[in-house]
Write a protein that binds this ligand. Sequence first.
Ligand code: NAD
Ligand code: DAU
Length: 332
Amino acid sequence: MQRLLVTGGAGFIGSNFVHFVVEHTDHLVTVLDKLTYAGNLESLAGLPAERVTFVKGDIADASVVDPLVAASDVVIHYAAESHNDNSLHDPRPFLDTNIIGTYVLIEAARKHGKRFHHISTDEVYGDLELDDPERFTEETPYNPSSPYSSTKAGSDLLVRAWVRSFGLQATISNCSNNYGPYQHVEKFIPRQITNVLDGIRPKLYGKGENVRDWIHANDHSSAVLAIIEKGRVGETYLIGADGEKNNKDVVELILTHMGQPADAYDHVVDRPGHDMRYAIDSSKLRDELGWSPKYSNFDSGIEATITWYRENQDWWRPQKAATEAKYTEQGQ
Ligand code: NAD
Ligand code: DAU
């Protein structure tokens, strides 16, 4: 049994991780989350109070972070500003949280000699051509495109420097696009599902040719647990489940599962600098740590996700109108 400090545990992937930990381990969890627009305490509803403690606070505030890190065995750092589109309109919060916030956390982990795991993204590697036979590996050079991905790249490099110069006991994982329950309606898959539920046509950026490498949030969680338990300190592990799909195919799948004509969507203005394709080679994680994904049937995963959004309208409805109003203003 270990005491885990999970930053960003009220967000999409962090909350899925907390549920996963409670179900599959005997670890105790403290969640540190600022509850920005993306955080939702309802995502942690129903979890046992003797296993999960919630603290509202900013990871960039050392006076909050320091005692929490001191009282934990492992810090798992999910908290971030996470949405590319937001970063293109207002980059500043991305620097404050993703760069300064990570700095404050690794300083506390260094001071108290704690194990640290940094959650990052495949977007730090930039993008691939549609016909490129290569996929991202741990050796791919960093080449981020957006303010979001460049701040994530910066945070990865801070962690690497703290490992090398200060002996920080850290690992890093870079995962591909997650889907599943508790994802904010600003993101692609929940936006389209909730649009259809509200009688709004799904919105596809540009031609919809862009490819994302989808993984279920539970598979991300099991990979992170494997890295904490068996990963080598100082190493980076890529997490992916061989789930490449283009956006058009995903929208058509959602529409079909929801009983609509497959072409009942609109093309809208493209994202500036829109990365064309992400694809992960997760051989290192699989070969070294024996991890494999268990939720790789995308079709049934999407069906279950549609059901979750249909049955949990109280969870997402408070965010929906404002999110769509913002997109409409941006022509998206
Ligand atoms: P999210 O936006 O759903 O959740 C982020 C959480 O962090 C929210 O609960 C928010 O309140 C909290 N937060 C933001 N700023 C904070 C601050 N200053 N202090 C404390 N808490 C703060 O994001 P997500 O999609 O769950 O992503 C979580 C992590 O996983 C991020 O680091 C992201 O880069 C990474 N990641 C995401 C994906 C994906 O597909 N969503 C894929 C790979 C990696
Ligand atoms: O690859 C990992 C990354 O995946 C994470 O680091 C990010 O935090 C996470 O948000 C996600 O980034 P993307 O930009 O790929 O995700 P998003 O859901 O915003 O968009 C997925 C794809 O769908 C992308 O090609 C843009 C497109 N899109 C998005 C929206 C919101 C549309 O076509 N229509 C939309 O309405």
